[in-house]
Design a protein around this ligand. Structure first.
Ligand code: PGA
Length: 257
C-alpha cells in the first residue's frame, strides 16, 4: 500500500560536474521499477546538472536538502521552495539532525519550512530522532513525539498526506552504528500511533516512515524486511553509485519486482 522510498542525502558532497557523472552512472543501472521510488538530494549547486544528466523522463526524483520558509526576499544564502520546484525537485528534506544541531533549527522553524513545502507542492521528508543520551535516559518516545508535535502543529490531514517521515537516531548518523531493526520498528510504531492519535487512521496507515542512520548495502535488507519500514534515507552509502544502486535493488526485490 505504501510505495517504498529510497532517498540519498548527499549532504555537502559532489561538485556539479561530479554530480552529473554520478547521475550518468546511475542511469546505467536502469533503476526504473514502478514498485519503488528513488530520490536523490544533491547540494543546491548540483541539482540542475543532475537533472540534465538524468534527462526529462528519468524515474529518479530530485530533492532539496533544505529550504527557506519565505518564497523570496532579503535572506542571503538561502534557497526557497519555488526555486527548488523550478529546478524539478519533487521532495525536500527538512529537519535533518545536522540542521538541528549545527544550524540551530528548532521545531517551530521546521514547521514554517513544512508550510512552505506544502504551499508549493514539494513533498517533505521530515527527519526526527533522539540523541544517544536521550535514548539511554529512556526519553526516545517523548523526544520523537515532541519533535512531531512541534513541527506538525496546525497542519491538516490533507496537507500531511504529502509527508514522509524519516526516523534517524542521531547516534546512528554517520557513525557506522545503525539502530537494530527492532529499535527502528519500535519507534516507527510510536510515530504511527502519534499520527493516529492526533490525526486519523488513514494518515497513520498511509504515511511512509523511512529509517536512516548508517544504512548500507549490507544491512539494508534487515530494515526493508519489515512492513513497518517503508524505505531508507541513506547518507554516506549513497555517494558511491554502486552502493546506492545496490540498496535500491534490495528495496525493489522486497516488493517482488
Ligand atoms: P548516514 O547518514 O547514512 O551517513 O548515517 C544518514 C543521514 O544523515 O540521512
Amino acid at each position: 500500500m505504501r510505495t517504498p522510498l529510497i532517498a540519498g542525502n548527499w549532504k555537502m558532497n559532489k561538485t556539479a560536474s561530479e554530480a552529473a557523472a554520478f547521475a550518468r552512472e546511475l542511469i546505467q543501472r536502469k533503476l526504473n521499477s514502478p514498485a519503488i521510488e528513488i530520490v536523490i538530494a544533491p547540494p543546491f549547486t548540483a541539482i540542475d546538472s543532475v537533472r540534465h544528466a538524468l534527462g526529462a523522463k528519468s524515474p529518479i526524483g530530485l530533492a532539496g536538502q533544505n529550504l527557506h520558509w519565505e518564497d523570496r526576499g532579503a535572506y542571503t544564502g538561502e534557497v526557497s521552495a519555488p526555486m527548488l520546484k523550478d529546478l524539478g525537485c519533487r521532495y525536500v528534506i527538512l529537519g535533518h539532525s545536522e540542521r538541528r544541531a549545527l544550524f540551530g533549527e528548532r521545531d517551530d522553524v521546521i514547521q514554517k519550512k513544512l508550510a512552505a513545502a506544502f504551499r508549493h507542492g514539494l513533498k517533505p521528508i521530515l527527519c526526527v530522532g533522539e540523541s544517544l543520551g536521550e535514548r539511554e535516559a529512556g526519553h526516545t518516545t517523548e523526544i520523537i513525539a515532541g519533535q512531531l508535535k512541534g513541527s506538525l502543529a496546525g497542519f491538516t490531514a490533507a496537507q500531511l498526506a504529502m509527508l514522509t517521515i524519516a526516523y534517524e537516531p542521531v547516534w546512528a548518523i554517520g557513525t557506522g552504528k545503525a539502530a537494530s531493526p527492532e529499535q527502528a520498528i519500535s519507534v516507527h510504531q510510536t510515530i504511527r500511533q502519534f499520527l493516529l492519535r492526533e490525526w486519523s487512521t488513514a494518515l497513520a496507515q498511509g504515511t511512509r516512515i523511512l529509517y536512516g542512520g548508517s544504512v548500507t548495502p549490507q544491512n539494508a535488507s534487515s530494515f526493508l524486511a519489515s512492513d513497518e519500514i517503508d524505505g531508507a534515507l541513506v547518507g554516506g552509502a549513497c555517494l558511491p553509485t554502486e552502493s546506492f544502486a545496490s540498496i535500491a535493488d534490495l528495496a525493489q526485490k522486497r516488493t517482488g519486482h
